[in-house]
Design a binder for this molecule. Sequence first.
Ligand code: NAP
Length: 520
Amino acid sequence: MKTLKSYVCGRWHEAQDGFVTLVNPATEEAVARASSLGLDVEATLAHARDAGGPALRAMTFAQRGALLKAVSGALHEHREELLDISMDNNGTTRGGAKFDVDGATGTLAFYAALGRKLGDRRLLADGEGVQLGRTSRFWGQHVLVPRRGVAVLINAFNFPAWGFGEKAAAALLAGMPIIVKPATSTSWLTARCVEILVEAAILPSGAVSLICGSTGDLLSHLGPQDVLAFTGSAATALKLRAGENLLKSSTRVNIEADSLNAAVLGHDVRPGSETWNLSLADIVREMTQKSGQKCTAVRRIFVPQAGVDSFIEMMTERLGEEVIGAPRDGSVTMGPLATAAQLTDAVTGIARLAEVAAIVHGSGRRCDGVGAPAGKGYFLEPTLLRAKADAADGVIHDLEVFGPVATVIPYAGDAASAAAAVGRGGGSLVTSLYTDDQAEAESFLAAGGAFAGRLYIGSAKVAELLPGSGIALPQSQHGGPGRAGGGAELGGLRALELYSQRVALQGNRPLIERAAGTAD
Ligand code: NAP
């Protein structure tokens, strides 16, 4: 069995004890083991801060962009191997594996191109300069400079490649060294990504470190110039963000957490119309891609009362076409959940939903998978529920069942009342609205825009261009309010703000403009 190592202080650390076993979720066979026991966290932090930080800050954006391009290229060269690891340790189909791995290399390439465009600068001007005095000789300009600590990047189990790539791209381009900590259960893929980068000797010493296994007491050593970028459950987020030293030092913390994303069909959308079909295709994809283990997956589907029966009929027909099984079997369209614990949580969660909603597709229990040994594997059919009439509040808006599970919620009122119902989820990463009606879209935005980090509006005019609401495109912000963590990642250059300090420069205009790089 493969033993995953950590990469710290410019060398590989192999633990001797304390291992967690990683399994193939389709067969339950052990595939690797990971432990970080014996790791010196203070030395790890010091090496990143003292070697990686200065090396990255000495580079221009163009040079950091060139590093990201090389990182993206090196990972892409090993694409087939990375896809195999994803199938064997994450249980993703080849399509799901591509979503993760190509998402990582694509996002890294996107930030590489931004770095190239920023050119020979080392700091970023933020907004326009402004006259501060009686004359324009006294001038103000905000700039972003790299923070002088280390960025600790903790990721969830479901995106071991993309989660790593999207955080790494922004931090490295901003000029911060990174310590990468993947979820242990699926850490093989991230570990291999870092190994590829180390083998290719792309990054300066200390720019990237990897911890496979527990972080030990690393977070209690973070200080005012460090960043903690966390993706995972709300429960872990709460524990981490309450860390005394993080609060005391005002360490910057970004949280990407649970999200009960909603899809809303507008009243104007007739069964069988192009926009109706678009919504069905999107929602089925969001429920089943990566077996619904996406933070952006649709969990609540708001359908106008009059169309609910047709909607459910068409959804169940499509969900019935899914072939659940081992990702290596060519006929399979949806793999297992990633771990035994995820399956248990999903089955328990469905049972709780079933108290206020009727299951209209799926059994809500483990099933056998095509191409997998009988009785083995964490397989779960896609499960669609229909909210009972009196289920307006509570568990449907509160419980994230992290699997191929969604609940249809009939609604009668206008777009604004649907938006208010979406808001009961307490804040989401993305809400998708399907409508061809300008007024409907605007009234939904006004009433519900504040409840999500992203509003994805599907309509007939853009149907053929839309990638689905679940894709976190690097140009657009990823992160949502409230239960989604209140964080923000991606969004083009906005992503660099997390890893930078904003400084309000004030002084003589020519000096300020030359320093900020805004002089003509
Ligand atoms: P999790 O159990 O909260 O774990 C997330 C990460 O935190 C893992 O790397 C875990 O490492 C680490 N961790 C746990 N306790 C820690 C501690 N005391 N100190 C330092 N690190 C610690 O979440 P998960 O089960 O992996 O992921 C599923 C959740 O993530 C879902 O709720 C999903 O909605 C959310 N998610 C959100 C987004 C988003 O962008 N908003 C994206 C993906 C997933 P170990 O594995 O070693 O415990």
